[in-house]
Design a protein around this ligand. Structure first.
Ligand code: SF4
Ligand code: SF4
Length: 242
């Protein structure tokens, strides 16, 4: 299927002859513009299977390139380079070098799942974006993304306590990503919380930041979750190293 978005044509592939006459017709400048073909010879045939082995990537083979995911995408609306349809195409074709050109923006998917609802083939494009960002990290193409740090902090807390405490999660996430807590948006958010939330709830949230409450009898559930995570991790390692 041809790639048709104008934004995908690279400026260096656009060629124009300043002076050109064909069969007596002057086609100089703009009239002689053509797109130079790309030659790709280093396909990574394992890439689709590797990404399909990661959580969220399972249905990538179902994509028929309709573009509904990109059309509906929140991030694409402000940055045309963020293009789930195109990346799924590259992955399925094994065009790793092409995919790596966009490696620093793939993690920016905001998980709004508009693409998931728009996709007529149940590809679950949001999951494919997460799996692709995960694959880039596991292969050493990108450092661990902020969203991956957040997922880890969140999972660790759930396994440890059986509870989700937002203030504790945010504090740990900031510490893990070496960010200061006193950021303007954070100060504004805390001010609004203080103005609008009941005192009892605020007190509980504040306490939970320092004293981690636990769900009673959580240890067997935590052990089962950890066992499942370890199993999945091992499977993924095998898929990535085969
Ligand atoms: S979930 Fe990600 S890829 Fe899907 S529409 Fe939202 S930002 Fe775009
Ligand atoms: S909406 Fe689904 S089928 Fe269509 S291009 Fe996106 S992932 Fe592929």
């Amino acid at each position: 299927m041809p790639i048709h978005e104008k934004s995908l044509i690279r400026p260096e592939n656009l060629k124009t002859h300043e002076e050109l006459v064909i069969d007596g017709v002057d086609v100089s400048g703009h009239w002689s513009t053509f797109i130079e073909s790309r030659v790709v010879s280093d396909y990574n045939e394992a890439m689709e299977d590797e990404i399909a082995a990661l959580p969220g990537g399972e249905n990538i083979h179902r994509c028929w390139q309709c573009g509904s995911c990109t059309n509906s995408c929140t991030v694409n609306a402000i940055n045309p380079d963020f293009n789930p349809r195109y990346w799924i195409y590259l992955i399925r074709m094994g065009m790793e070098d092409e995919l790596l050109r966009d490696k620093d923006i793939i993690w920016q998917c905001v998980s709004c799942n508009k693409c998931t609802y728009a996709c007529p083939r149940d590809v679950f494009p949001e999951g494919v974006m997460k799996a692709t960002a995960h694959w880039l990290e596991r292969k050493g193409h990108t450092p661990k993304s902020p969203s991956m740090h957040f997922d880890e902090v969140f999972t660790e807390q759930v396994i440890k306590t059986g509870k989700i405490e937002e203030s504790r999660t945010i504090r740990r996430f900031f510490s893990r990503t070496k960010q200061g807590l006193m950021q303007p948006w954070m100060i504004e958010m805390v001010k609004r919380l203080l103005r609008n939330l009941p005192v009892g709830l605020l007190t509980r949230m504040g306490l939970a930041t320092f004293v981690a409450p636990k769900t009673r009898g959580w240890s067997s559930a935590a052990a089962a979750m950890q066992e499942y995570i370890d199993e999945q991790h091992e499977k993924q390692e095998q898929a990535l190293s085969s």
